[in-house]
Design a protein around this ligand. Sequence first.
Ligand SMILES: [Zn+2]
Length: 304
Amino acid sequence: MSEDALRSTRCAICGTEGHASELYPENFAFSDLTPETFSARRLPDRLHYRIVQCDTCGLVRSDPVANTATLGELYRQSTFDYGSEVDNLRRTYGRCLDRLGVFGVHRGALLEIGCGSGFFLEEAQARGYADVRGVEPSSRAVAQAASGVRERIVCDIMRPGLFADETFDVVCFFQVFDHLPDPAGVLAEACRVLKPGGFVLILNHNIDAFSARLLGERSPIIDIEHTYLFSPATLSRIAQAQKFKVLKTGSVWNRYSLHYLARLAPFPTALKQGVLAFLRRAPVGRLPFAVPLGNLYLLAQKNT
Ligand SMILES: [Zn+2]
């Protein structure tokens, strides 16, 4: 990839270009950008763009990044492998969805933006949602979806025209929102397709989490996949800027297998490959652990 495939980014809250302080310089050559770089759970990791923080609102972002056409192509070609983590993710996300219960959610129509292979759509069906839909740009991910949800997934990026106004009771983003090149625009579109009083649920990394602060640039969230990195404060601000009423933010306890946690750990690659090879074979590698792995959720409501 050449340098003209890059574009500068704006703060997704303030709309300003520049006006930000550098946290970390970029650490890769542009020719390293391949579909494999963008595939979930790849090795080796730790590539990141130049990371900056908005001087006004504190939102952290990558700047510059691959332009939208290049990024779209990289995601379309990316491979997909949740492997054995699907059951743990289903439960983690399902518990998060259940938090909407106290706010009187109607378990009617639900849309997941960036639904991958649709495993959460199955979970939402199991938790009583009558009509589930997904949007996912990776055709390989959609091809892996179970029959029963595959035909409920549109293979595309979320964009105006996919769904009519006021269609959904709930719109969800699971580990997707911080990947979007234009999160404010997608959130505005989510607002349009929500019924009045409908809910948005966003779950992603927390740049203010203890693990992220401790590891700094070595944190797995400082990664080329993330255009923006949110804290509870900045995630609330971007939702409020799109006219949502923020109901709640909090940290997420994820269930992961020991094998998966080892993949995320900041070990040197050679050591990590040895540890992973052991944990892949050993039964202990499949043991589930609930850990507060630096994720946050936000529940917000469209004005009635
Ligand atoms: Zn800002």
